[in-house]
Design a protein around this ligand. Structure first.
Ligand code: PEP
Ligand code: MN
Length: 338
């Protein structure tokens, strides 16, 4: 349930309410909005204590959250969540962030060149896989910590914050030492132990949609992270499995307005994995911006033929630059910036 406090309540009043919540065995989650403070009281039977909290002078209203996910819901927080990545990049605001970089990190030279090209073309975050979830155990699995070190070097050279996937709870600490943003991949979207583990870090997390998870299941996965007190969760639509085989996945762009309606969290779109065909990525990237995405993730490689994973969908720097320009025009048309 949500406690909406009256405007201008004192810290002492808030503290009293928090103590009461803890006393009856629930976990308070405080969100200070522009006008009011709201406190989430999370627990299955919390609403049974409605009268207790209505009796507090500082409480204006007690409402049940109707959805199974609580802290990620718009009911809990009306304003969009905005996070700062790295030094000063805002995610979830007017600016649409652009992530570029290889599917997997291969050589230092390729990565540094890629990072410089991404930056030159207007990219704002560098991606690169160090631990790769591959369908075949015989396929390239990523360079692990060596790749993380190269990513850190590329960040130093360009100033771009870095995002990389973490696949296993045992890798979380190590990946946190290097990355600015943790990525949970589609195949781990419902790996609840991993979600809990990244929920205990202070790093922003990009949570990809599982290839067969519904939007509700996806938001529940985000709730796993936020309920451990890491509120910096960004959702990322990357295509779902359907009967269609012309594209690698079916990019569900309707998820963007649906998520915006149901949740206050930022949402990115990854057209590279969404369609998996180089020529279709640009049109879907433009469409994603038009649909309201807060960020776009694109796979790039200076020499796609050398890429050790997803070579067929890697964009050349020039193609990436062209798509960024087109996305910028769409962004401006809807009052946003790139
Ligand atoms: C990736 O971003 O490289 C990746 C493996 O994506 P997904 O988890 O969406 O398949
Ligand atoms: Mn990939």
């Amino acid at each position: 349930m949500i406690l909406t406090l009256k405007t201008g309540v004192s810290k002492k009043d808030v503290q009293k309410i928090i103590s009461k919540i803890k006393e009856i065995g629930y976990k308070p989650s405080v969100s200070a909005g522009a006008e009011r403070i709201v406190i989430g009281v999370i627990g299955e039977k919390a609403i049974l204590h409605k009268d207790t909290f209505e009796a507090f002078d500082a409480v204006e209203m007690v409402t049940a959250i109707s959805k199974p996910y609580k802290l990620v819901s718009r009911e809990f927080k009306k304003e969009n969540s905005v996070f700062t990545i790295g030094k000063n990049l805002k995610v979830g605001g007017k600016q649409i962030v652009i992530i570029g970089g290889p599917c997997s990190v291969d050589t230092r030279e390729n990565l540094l060149l890629n990072a410089r090209e991404v930056k030159k073309a207007g990219g704002t975050i560098l991606r690169g896989g160090a631990f790769k979830p591959r369908s075949s155990p015989y396929a390239f699995q990523g360079l692990g910590e060596k790749a993380l070190q190269m990513l850190a070097e590329a960040r130093k050279a360009t100033g771009l914050p870095i995002i990389t996937e973490v696949m296993d709870p045992r890798q979380v600490q190590m990946v946190c030492r290097y990355a600015d943003i943790l990525q949970i991949g589609a195949r781990n979207a419902q790996n609840f132990d991993l979600l809990k583990e990244v929920g205990m870090t202070k790093k922003p997390v990009v949570l990809k949609r599982g290839m067969s998870t519904t939007i509700e299941e996806w938001l529940m996965a985000a709730e796993y992270i936020i309920s451990r007190d890491n509120h910096q969760v960004i959702l990322c639509e990357r295509g779902i499995r359907t009967f269609e085989t012309a594209t690698r996945n079916t990019l569900d762009l309707s998820a963007v307005p649906v998520v915006k309606h149901l949740s206050h969290l930022p949402i990115f779109v990854d057209p590279s994995h969404g369609v998996g065909v180089r020529d279709y990525i640009g049109p879907m990237a433009r469409a994603a911006v038009a649909a309201g995405a807060d960020g776009i993730m694109l796979e790039t490689h200076p020499h796609p033929a050398e890429a050790l994973s997803d070579a067929h969908q890697a964009l050349l720097p020039s193609q990436f630059g062209h798509i960024v320009k087109e996305m910028r025009a769409v962004a401006e048309a809807i009052g946003r910036t790139i």
